[in-house]
Design a protein around this ligand. Structure first.
Ligand code: NDP
Length: 288
């Protein structure tokens, strides 16, 4: 019997835990974790993402401030704001909503955020820590995917894992997290030969390519755990993932839907990272 992994329900469970933790932290320190989000320009999708993040933070008891800057804002102005937020002891987490306008040097902005406040986990120091196995901020989407996989199977040791996609925000950190869990990991991308054959080796298949329904049942091993990160808007306005849900579901052990799969976990892991940043900055052991 195949299982549908409803990320929205699992995310809800984590959010309640985080809300309780935030309440305990507030009671013991008199302070609430604080998240500052920087958004530049009017990109409609980014505006929605930022509103969702702000709402989720407020519901969890996290103080949330959104800095909305016009599209004409210069690189220097953005860096000045980030410096102020870096130095403000009342700010625990800083998130710069991507993409930034084309004229802005996005990597320079990401690198300007103090690694200890980098709740997106995109700073090279945090990505490096993920690689060396040191404690750092883990990018939210892969962190959420791993939690979903572990809802199905706690011990991943020795499993064959395939990640389709090699972006810095999803594919590469996902592969590293699975390697840290003792999986044997293959990263596939647009130049991979015989993708179907590669995917069929996977006990754990994570797909983050941005190609609607391109993973079909003939590409999936019987009994695999399949995580669909893709979010694609179809011509009829509906959302779909990178996995052909109807054909793949009967074949696999467990599969995330789109929507209600990975997306809600991404926002939840942002809250988790903000609490993590608060605890580390205040030298508090987390008790989850
Ligand atoms: P990118 O466009 O940065 O990366 C896509 C990756 O997929 C690239 O590595 C690319 O390979 C690979 N790829 C593209 N086409 C193929 C193909 N036909 N066969 C094999 N590999 C292919 O995307 P992101 O990583 O940022 O996002 C991926 C998807 O996940 C998108 O749909 C995005 O909307 C979604 N997403 C969802 C999130 C959530 O919270 N649910 C969060 C972040 C992203 P190459 O490197 O060779 O070009």
């Amino acid at each position: 019997m195949s299982e549908i992994i409803y990320g929205n329900l699992i995310a809800e469970k984590y959010r309640l835990k985080i809300r309780d933790e935030v309440a305990r932290l507030k009671a013991s320190t008199g302070k609430s974790p604080a998240l500052d989000v920087v958004i530049v320009g009017e990109d409609p999708a980014s505006q929605i993402y930022v509103r969702n993040k702000e709402k989720a933070a407020v519901e969890a008891g996290i103080r949330s401030t959104v800095h909305r800057l016009p599209a004409e804002t210069t690189q220097t102005e953005i860096l000045t704001l980030i410096e102020e937020l870096n130095l403000d002891p009342e700010v625990n987490g800083i998130l710069v909503q991507l993409p930034l306008p084309k004229k802005i040097n996005a990597p320079a902005v990401v690198e300007a955020v103090f690694p200890s406040k980098d709740v997106d986990g995109f700073h090279p120091v945090n990505l490096g820590r993920l690689m060396t196995g040191e404690r750092g901020m883990i990018p939210c989407t892969p962190k959420g995917c791993l939690k979903l996989i572990k809802e199905v199977r706690e011990d991943l040791t020795g499993l064959s894992a395939v990640v389709v996609g090699r972006s810095t925000i999803v594919g590469k950190p996902m592969a590293q997290l699975l390697l840290n869990e003792n999986c044997t990991v293959t990263t596939a991308h647009s130049k991979t030969k015989n993708l179907a054959e590669v995917c069929r080796r996977a006990d754990v298949l994570v797909v983050a390519a941005g190609r609607p329904r391109f993973i079909t049942d003939d590409m999936v091993k019987e009994g695999a755990i399949v995580i669909d990160v893709g979010i694609n808007r179809l011509e009829n306005g509906k959302l779909c993932g990178d996995v052909d849900f109807e054909s793949v579901l009967p074949k696999c052990a467990a599969l995330t839907p789109v929507p209600k799969g990975v997306g809600p976990m991404t926002v939840t892991m942002l809250l988790d990272n903000t609490v993590e940043a608060f605890c580390r900055q205040n030298v508090i052991e987390r008790n989850l």
